[in-house]
Ligand binder design. Sequence first.
Ligand SMILES: Nc1ncnc2c1ncn2[C@@H]1O[C@H](COP(=O)(O)OP(=O)(O)O)[C@@H](O)[C@H]1O
Ligand SMILES: [Mg+2]
Length: 244
Amino acid sequence: MAKSSRAIIDSFDLEPGSLLARNYRVLSLLGSGWEGEVYKVIEKNTGIERAAKLFFPHRNIRNRTSNLYARKLHNLYRCPIVIQYHAEEEVIIDSKPVTVLISEFVDGELLSDFLRRQPGKRLSPFQAVHLLYVLISGVESIHNEHEYHGDLHPENIIVARYGLNFELKLLDLFHTKSLKRENTQDDICSAIRIFYEALGGAKWYSKQPPDIKKICCGLRSSIILKKFPRASVLRGYLETMQWE
Ligand SMILES: Nc1ncnc2c1ncn2[C@@H]1O[C@H](COP(=O)(O)OP(=O)(O)O)[C@@H](O)[C@H]1O
Ligand SMILES: [Mg+2]
C-alpha cells in the first residue's frame, strides 16, 4: 500500500495477509465495481469470515454512498435474502480516509457465473420459474419493509443450488433519487429481466413456451406492471400458474 499519494484512488490492491482496521486480516479480493472493492477478510480474534467493502473516496463524498448502503442493509436485517450488515470502519490509504463496510461473507457463485456454466448457458423454463420465484419472494420481503433494491442484476446476486431450490443472496443495494413507487416497480421489471436472461435472452425468446411469454410480457414495462403491479402479485401468480 506504500504508493505515492494519488489524486484519485481507483484501486486499493490490498495484500493478502495485511491487517485492515486493526481487526480484519485480508484473505482475497472478492470483486470490484463502480463504488469500490470487496475483500474476503477474517476477523482476527474469532476466525469468522466477513466481506469488507472499501469505497473509493471520490465515489463516496461525505460518506453519502456508504451511509445510505449501510442504513439500507440495516433496515433489511429481517430479510434473509439480503446480506447482513455488521459494522463501519475507517482506514487511511494514501493519506486519505477510506470507509469500509463489514458484512456477512456469502459463500456462493455470482448468478452471472452460474448461468454461464449451464448447458447452453441457460436454464430450462421450469428451473427459471423456480429462480424467479425465490427472487421475487425476496424482493417482496424487501418491499414489505418499505425499501427497494435499486440495482438488481446478475452480478449483484449470489446463488447456491439446493435440489429443486435456489438459495439467493442480494447485495449492492442502491439509493436512487426516484420516487419509491418507481423504485419498487423497477425491482419487479428487473426481476423479470433476470428471468428472461436466465432463459437465454433474445436469442431464445421466440421459442419459449406461452407460459414463459405470459410472464416476460416481451419485457414491456407497462404490460409487466399492469399484470404484476406488486411483487406479491407476481409471487402469487407463480404459485398458482397453470402450465399449458
Ligand atoms: N458479502 C459478500 N460476500 C461475497 N462476495 C461479495 C460480497 N459482497 C460483494 N461480493 C463480491 O464483490 C463484487 C462487488 O461487490 P458490490 O457490492 O456489488 O460492489 P460494486 O458496488 O462495486 O458493484 C460482487 O459482484 C461479488 O462478486
Ligand atoms: Mg455490484
